[in-house]
Design a protein around this ligand. Structure first.
Ligand SMILES: Nc1nc2c(c(=O)[nH]1)N[C@H]1C(S)=C(S)[C@@H](COP(=O)(O)O)O[C@H]1N2
Ligand SMILES: [Mo]
Length: 233
């Protein structure tokens, strides 16, 4: 067995891996949890990527820790998917006039969520477009059919149900999904970049009291969802 990783500043270990997010998205679910298709747009011609094209990329397995900005961390999640760097190099770059001019990425999701990251941060080898967790296709809770896994960045950058990836020359078109101060442009966990405008350590105390009720809200929404709208085979 490998040694346990040290948790980043201000984080505590959670035994559970709860479905989680901004309260506003608790009752929103992906429309097409099984159909893997990504639209590419931004400062390049819009096009679409299907499951077969993705499957040509090198499949990688990765065990990594997951850190929510509200201070819970789940250790050793076993993901499988494709490196964002390969996705960019093999699928996006050939479709762009000037790939080197693209620097900023907006990820849009089937539930209406969106988040943004610098392309340079997404090129790290541990950033995946993951379609599996623990050897099984992603569940609705954890991002079906495809999510971003960026372990060095807080959970809110780890977009679930990704269906559109916009590549831009700059951040002109960026508009965070929640309040601006809760979205740090980079959100690096090691540097405790929890938000902008307030120091990370201070936000720990603001967020911690919200964890329990958020988990409960997300669980209730999922129970109601699977009760009334069970996907039919
Ligand atoms: N599409 C979408 N992605 C999302 C969210 C969301 O509400 N919708 N919440 C983010 C937040 S704040 C966290 S902590 C993680 C939670 O991932 P999990 O539900 O798999 O635990 O998803 C992130 N990605
Ligand atoms: Mo989060």
């Amino acid at each position: 067995m490998s040694e346990k990783t040290t948790l980043p500043p201000g984080q505590f270990e959670s035994e559970e891996f709860p479905r989680f997010g901004l309260p506003k998205y608790a009752k929103r679910f992906p429309r097409q949890p099984r159909e893997l298709r990504i639209q590419i747009s931004g400062d390049l011609e819009q096009s679409s990527v299907n499951a077969h094209e993705l499957a040509r990329l090198l499949r990688v397995e990765q065990t990594s820790d997951f850190h929510c900005v509200t201070t819970w961390s789940k250790r050793s999640l076993r993901w499988s998917g494709f490196r964002f760097a390969d996705f960019f190099g093999e699928i996006v770059a050939p479709r762009a006039q000037q790939p080197s001019a693209l620097t900023f990425v907006v990820l849009r999701c089937q539930d209406g969520y969106r988040t943004s990251l610098l392309l340079s941060d997404l090129m790290a080898p541990d950033v995946l477009l993951a379609d599996q967790l623990d050897g099984a296709p992603l569940s609705i809770e954890h991002g079906a059919p495809l999510r971003l896994v960026a372990p060095a960045h807080y959970g809110y950058k780890n977009a679930k149900h990704v269906d559109r990836i916009e590549l831009w020359r700059d951040d002109r078109n960026d508009r965070p999904a929640g309040l601006r101060f809760i979205d740090h442009p980079r959100a690096r966990v090691a540097l405790e970049e929890r938000g902008r405008g307030a120091p990370g350590w201070l936000l720990r105390y603001l967020y911690r009291p919200l964890i329990g009720s958020t988990i409960a809200r997300y669980r209730r929404a999922l129970d109601e969802y699977s009760g009334v709208d069970q996907p039919r085979e």
